[in-house]
Design a protein around this ligand. Structure first.
Ligand code: SF4
Length: 505
């Protein structure tokens, strides 16, 4: 069969030249392993396979050839409306449509409105069964077993080149090659889709072979480990990384808990060429166990985390810290002030502020749904920053947006940007910080627009306070702006999500 595999990394076309450049430097590099694995498995099974990613450039429908027998789309929740529009077009052509990825796992019932098959858990056997026509169309399917084997990097390389290299041929300075060393996580953060995914290590020999392959074939190209929580088994993972001779180790990027990154371990991070770490701190009142600060909260936690990162920064050049603002444990101005203080203490660490999003299959989703706190008319396209899709326990929407704006303005002004550039001598990092600062400034513009609507439009505010079920026109216009020419394919009724999650909590 003629098979297409496409991963959507954007909801629509980049609207400006600046956005195009940003997407080329960052979004393009977010390609995941699983769609590449599906492409490899389908090829191994004898099919003619076309793989692509869409990161906001060109027409997504034209990324794959016409007249496909079957198309697999891997989709994040924020990009699902585009996938639904594409599914309609493919169905008109008689192509069987299959959706997988985070959105299918979180909201399979919603996907089923548009796709023939919805995959919530995947492996090679499941792909073979789908291609073999062993499933009835209009179903939700799952391997029902943990993933244990992935194709080697060498087998994925044609698709990695397509996704991450310049014109599918040569790596450029932003190129990243995705790898996995483990799956799942031992922590149970209630907002995270990996909260109940048990931690397991993938075969170390495979990892070693992948690392040696990239070191020999693409020296210096960055690796991005897509593990939810990298190196939980720290020493074992480092043992494998150290099997590549010193001086030949590619720089790598990963997300890991601060509790894993203890001081005596930092030297091994440097020795293995760790380039970028993104630990999740989330909150100054909660999730302290994974931040490795014991029972500390508030100002004491700010100080402890800042000191930990200061030390980490002397071993690892780039750090990003993830926060969540608006959790039920947040109240008053304290979280905002503490976060600002933390930002000032750690200008070398890039802060990422997140809004709680109720992804299906998480305890957060079930709690919010049960308590009637999810804005049910809000399309999934707004399940990402800077949009608020729930009511918050301790903030009205105006106070919340003001607090968020306060934090964004704190670290994106010219003085802070200049201070941040002074924390590194790496030109790549300076460019990255600049691109990301511009992104934050764009986000601030959207925040201000929403804040203005909240303060001047009563119906808009009532909607955000949970008092009105009618979605404001503002969001319909935003939806249409995001989707561009594909917007008419998703009617106003179809934009209302089906919030049922199939994964039992
Ligand atoms: S530590 Fe990270 S990966 Fe693990 S459950 Fe929490 S947020 Fe998810």
């Amino acid at each position: 069969m003629k098979i297409g595999v496409i991963e959507l990394l954007a909801a629509g076309c980049s609207p400006t030249l600046r956005q195009t450049l940003e997407d080329f430097l960052t979004t393009k590099q977010y390609a995941s392993i699983m769609p590449q694995a599906v492409a490899v498995w389908a090829r191994q099974l004898g099919h003619e396979v076309y793989y692509a990613t869409f990161y906001g450039q060109g027409d997504p429908k034209r990324k794959l050839p016409a007249n496909l027998d079957m198309v697999f789309l891997s989709v994040y929740t924020k990009d699902c409306a585009l996938s639904y529009a594409l599914a309609k077009l493919y169905r008109r052509e008689g192509t069987i449509t299959v959706i997988g990825g985070p959105h299918a796992k979180s909201f399979p019932q919603d996907c089923l409105r548009f796709f023939d098959l919805v995959v919530t858990q995947c492996d090679r056997e499941l792909v073979a069964d789908i291609l073999g026509g062993h499933y009835e169309l209009n179903s939700i399917v799952s391997s029902g077993r943990p993933l244990t084997v992935l194709p080697s990097l060498e087998e994925r390389m044609p698709d990695v080149r397509t996704a991450s290299f310049l014109r599918g041929k040569k790596p450029y300075f932003a190129s990243m090659v995705p790898l996995l060393a483990s799956l799942g996580c031992p922590y149970t953060c209630n907002f995270c889709t990996d909260w109940n995914n048990p931690y397991s290590v993938l075969p170390p020999d495979q990892l070693e072979a992948d690392l040696k392959y990239i070191s020999a074939s693409y020296p210096g190209v960055k690796i991005t480990f897509q593990d939810p929580n990298f190196a939980v088994q720290f020493d074992k993972t480092m043992d494998v990384l150290e099997r590549v001779p010193e001086g030949q180790r590619n720089p790598y990027i990963m997300e890991s808990s601060l509790s894993v990154l203890k001081a005596p371990r930092m030297q091994r991070l440097r020795d293995t060429n760790c380039f970028f770490i993104a630990p999740g701190v989330e909150s100054w009142t909660d999730y302290s166990n994974k931040a490795g600060v014991g029972s500390k909260t508030g100002a004491a936690k700010v100080q402890a985390v800042a000191e930990h990162l200061e030390l980490l920064q002397s071993y690892v050049p780039a750090i990003q810290v993830n926060f969540m603002f608006g959790l039920d444990t947040d109240s008053g101005s304290e979280p905002v002030e503490l976060t600002k203080e933390f930002m000032s203490l750690t200008p070398f660490a890039w802060p990422v502020l997140n809004i709680p999003v109720p992804f299906g299959g998480t305890p957060l989703h079930d709690d919010y749904l049960r308590d009637g706190r999810i804005l049910e008319a809000m399309p999934f396209s707004f399940y990402y920053f800077p949009y608020l899709v729930t009511t918050l326990k301790n903030y009205d929407p105006v106070t919340y947006y003001q607090g968020m704006l306060d934090m964004l303005l704190h670290y994106s002004n010219r003085r802070f940007w200049w201070r941040r550039l002074g924390t590194t001598s790496s030109q790549t990092l300076r460019l990255l910080y600049t691109v990301r600062t511009l992104r934050v400034k764009e986000g601030i513009g959207r925040f201000r627009k929403i804040l203005q609507c909240l303060t001047t439009d009563r119906q808009f505010r009532e909607f955000h306070e949970g008092g009105s079920a009618v979605m404001p026109e503002f969001y319909h216009r935003e939806f249409e702006r995001l989707l561009g020419p594909y917007a008419p394919l998703v009617s106003r009724e179809e934009r209302i999500p089906d919030l049922r999650a199939a994964v039992p909590v």
